[in-house]
Design a protein around this ligand. Sequence first.
Ligand code: DTR
Ligand code: ZN
Ligand code: ZN
Length: 277
Amino acid sequence: APDLPVANVKAHLSQLQSIATANGGNRAHGRTGYRASLDYVKAKLDAAGFTTTIQQFTSSSRTGYNLIADWPGGDTPRVVMAGSPLDSVTAGPGINDNGSGSAAVLETALAVSRAGLQPTRHLRFAWWGAEELGMVGSRYYVNNLSSTNRSRISAYLNFDMIGSPNPGYFVYDDDPTIEQTFKTYFSGLGVPTEIETEGDGRSDHAPFKNVGIPVGGLFSGADYVKTSAQAAKWGGTAGQPFDRCYHSSCDTIANLNDTALDRNADALAYAVWTLSS
Ligand code: DTR
Ligand code: ZN
Ligand code: ZN
């Protein structure tokens, strides 16, 4: 798997920041900044040879959109998906929550294209709308899968907040194989991880898990406070939240830890390469 240049991930985040700034300061469901974010991601994927689909839905009487990108080839009865919520809250630009996951999933997809990867399994990437309203977009996608298409999804990987300024390294403890894939990557870096406990059912992996699809993912922490034990192994500041700008106007391009962003993006790429071949 490639080492994703964190500069590329940051470039996507700078674009999302500009989009928020140009659209009333946010990228929230039902606002112009959300659709502009989706259009940015879609344009990159179309140029890289993906087959993209926009899926519309309604939530709180506003139109929402999911973006699905299929990498042509691979054995379609066995689909590996990687996705992330793309919408912010209305309070701010949502760069860590969740531009960070969205940008890392995008850069992984672009790396697949650059490599001309020919995985044995079919690769599908997704950016979800209205996650902040209760995983509305991802639930709409799962509910509208035929039972055949649902049974074809062998894994769904979720990335929601992976660049927190006072980062922790949390791995979802849902599917053991997926969990071990991430743990193997981080042990190769010499970075200790913890089980993600803050978010069961609190992000876009939940609708997939609810229908029995194996899920996993990474998380760098939100409004919980980093303990001194965690600061001892990860650095950062004990007694402070992992992301003090969670759901706030200060969740801007300055609200990131580049090391966490890079490590998590590289772990994402490693898992996509590993699980799809
Ligand atoms: N659902 C995210 C934040 C969040 C809180 N806990 C977790 C755990 C795992 C993933 C994400 C989260 C949001 O509020 O946008
Ligand atoms: Zn990297
Ligand atoms: Zn959020």
